[in-house]
Design a protein around this ligand. Structure first.
Ligand code: GLU
Length: 281
């Protein structure tokens, strides 16, 4: 088994821009240095926002940048049944509950509990009669993962959850996982049979990903992904969080570049190398 398998996993909700290019350069460079395998995964679970033409544009942009990937590209929207199975398994383990709350109801509850807006949410299932009533009225709900139940299920292992963090410079440290940063995550969405954390961790396990390399903006995701891996008996990859794309002055990239698609930079006559420098990689 190769000891380095990584992936680039964009969501086709729009055209790729410089931030994506920077991320792609980091991932492909790590795979090249390790002599590892490089997979491409299309994370198109948000059916309202993802479009097939954006998927086609991803292939085109990455090929133009000079990247190669293994032929079998995983398209997540073709595998909803597999993600549903994960939710069913976690439910059979007694770790989930249905959540009928709307965003504003959650905000209201949090405020009443004296929590700042956006604090991680933790809740309880509704009393059975109330739940049956809502189900009867076909009220939409999501499945949430109960951290309280996960803690009980894993016992002392819960507090020992940790992951290996490999810095882009090559230094490894062990980081204690903090699932509480996320609260009771949604495993499904009201408009989709899966949520990002389920699909991403399922596929990382299925595809034998040994190294997950993604931007610092997703650094907190590892804290909940290792919990899902422990619950599902999935292997745990090593995580690397690369810096986000910076402008030439070391500050966050100017708005006019942030929003520019790679396709438009290409149309402006920039070469892949010029795009790489603009992305600061
Ligand atoms: N699909 C995610 C994004 O485009 C990336 C997820 C990941 O690398 O795990 O931000």
């Amino acid at each position: 088994m190769p000891d380095f398998v990584t992936r680039f996993a964009p969501s086709p909700t729009g055209l790729l821009h410089l931030g994506h290019a920077a991320s792609a350069f980091h991932v492909w460079e790590a795979a090249r240095q390790a002599g590892g395998r490089m997979l491409l995964r299309i994370e198109d679970i948000d059916l309202g926002r993802c479009k097939p033409e954006y998927t086609d544009a991803i292939f085109e942009d990455l090929a133009w940048l000079g990247f190669e990937w293994e032929e079998l590209v995983r398209i997540q929207s073709e595998h909803f049944g597999e993600y549903e199975k994960v939710v069913e398994t976690l439910t059979a383990m007694g770790l989930t509950y249905r959540c009928f709350r709307t965003r504003s109801e959650i905000a209201e509850e949090q405020a009443q509990a004296g929590l700042a807006p956006g604090m991680p949410f933790t809740g309880q299932p509704l009393p059975p009669e109330e739940e049956a009533e809502r189900l009867g009225a076909e009220a939409p709900f999501t499945w949430r993962l109960s951290l309280e139940k996960c803690r009980a299920w894993l016992g002392p292992r819960y507090d020992q959850l940790a992951f290996e963090l490999l810095s882009p410079g090559g230094h490894t440290e062990t980081v204690k996982a903090r699932p509480d940063l996320h609260g009771d995550i949604n495993l499904t969405r009201k408009d989709s049979p899966t949520a990002y954390h389920v699909a991403a961790t399922h596929d990382d396990a299925l595809q034998g990903i040994t190294h997950v390399i993604r931007g610092e903006d997703l650094a907190e995701a590892a804290h909940i992904h290792v919990l899902l891996q422990a619950l599902m008996d999935w292997p745990q990859p090593v995580y690397t969080h690369h810096p986000l794309v910076m402008g030439p002055d070391g500050k966050r990239l100017a708005k006019r570049f942030q929003s520019k698609s790679l396709a438009s930079l290409r149309a402006d006559g920039l070469s892949p190398d010029q795009v790489r420098r603009l992305a600061g990689v």
